[in-house]
Write a protein that binds this ligand. Structure first.
Ligand SMILES: [Fe+2]
Ligand SMILES: [Fe+2]
Length: 300
């Protein structure tokens, strides 16, 4: 082992140790922290209305306040359900990554802590979506199958960069929703718990992405960049299911058409992903082909 390798290893361990300490000090048990008892108050939104896929469209202007609130509640459930789908993918990727590695390594213990966090999050999202009166929202069939393949084979920086993308996109929205008094209180608590615990995950994902890319060849970096951008495209385009509109009593065809053309929503996504894109760029992961997919997903 060279001096630099030893140094990196020590760095990596100290990051993992700090993350473990932080999670010991500040972690939540959603089963006890979230108000599951109080019946749903339909005077509240599920997300900040500005984050609705229809906010700013002609359709939105025609909707009653009640319809708008129902729509954002269905959209909140859809985003949470996509969160569950992705958390299952990332739990498997991390578990595979640490298979048979050194259990005395703080990074190993941190990885298991992160999996435990995600497991609690998914149960929390599932209960939250049910309380919002939403059905099971799942990505489209071909996306579910792509995810099945990705979680079985993705490794190294591709796995951690994809994890980071999903976590970052969710993070910015949830920061808005947890502070918004128009959002139903139990959903604000869910968002708050998620934001706090995910900030540690994002730190780890950033470190791992950078670490594993160190010294990577150009073709490898190019390949990783492309894979991550395609994963990002499917994650982000799966967040808002087309089915939310019918469940909010709207005309699906018109809603999907106006949502697809909604420049307001696209600019919300773009501005929330500025920091993420900067990071990917600093890692050399914003190649031309990758940028094409980020543009299609309205992240850049
Ligand atoms: Fe999570
Ligand atoms: Fe996470």
């Amino acid at each position: 082992m060279t001096t630099i390798d030893t140094h990196d290893q020590a760095d990596r361990q100290s990051v993992a140790r700090r993350l473990l300490e932080s999670s010991e000090t500040l972690s939540y048990d959603p089963a006890r922290e979230v108000d599951w008892e109080t019946p749903l108050d339909t005077d509240y939104h599920g997300t900040s209305p500005e984050w609705s896929t229809l906010y700013g469209t002609a359709y939105w202007d025609e909707m009653t306040e009640e319809q708008r609130r129902e729509l954002t509640r269905q959209e909140a459930a859809s985003v949470a359900s996509t969160g569950i789908w992705f958390e299952m993918i990332l739990q498997q990727m991390i578990l595979r990554d640490f298979y048979a590695k050194d259990p005395t390594d703080p990074a190993f213990q941190w990885a298991l802590t992160e999996i435990a966090d995600e497991c609690r999050h998914s149960i929390m999202f599932a209960r939250g979506a049910a309380k919002l009166g939403a059905p099971a929202y799942r990505p489209k069939r071909h996306v579910v199958e792509l995810g099945r393949a990705f979680k079985a084979v993705a490794f190294g920086e591709a796995a951690y960069a994809a994890i980071l993308v999903a976590e970052e996109v969710l993070d910015v929205m949830q920061r808005d929703w947890m502070r918004d008094e128009r959002v139903v209180p139990f959903v604000r608590t869910i968002n708050n718990i998620h934001v706090v615990e995910e900030s540690r995950h994002m730190k780890f994902a950033r470190e791992e992405t950078r670490d594993r890319l160190r010294g990577a060849s150009r073709p490898r970096r190019q390949f990783t960049a492309l894979v991550v951008s395609i994963a990002a495209y499917h994650i982000v385009t799966s967040m808002w299911s087309d089915e939310v509109y019918a469940n909010a009593g709207l005309d699906t065809k018109r809603a999907v058409r106006e949502a697809k053309a909604n420049e307001h929503h696209k600019s919300m996504l773009r501005s929330s992903c500025a920091g993420l894109m900067e990071f990917l760029d600093s890692c050399g992961l914003l190649t031309r082909p990758a940028t094409y997919f980020y543009q299609r997903a309205n992240l850049i």
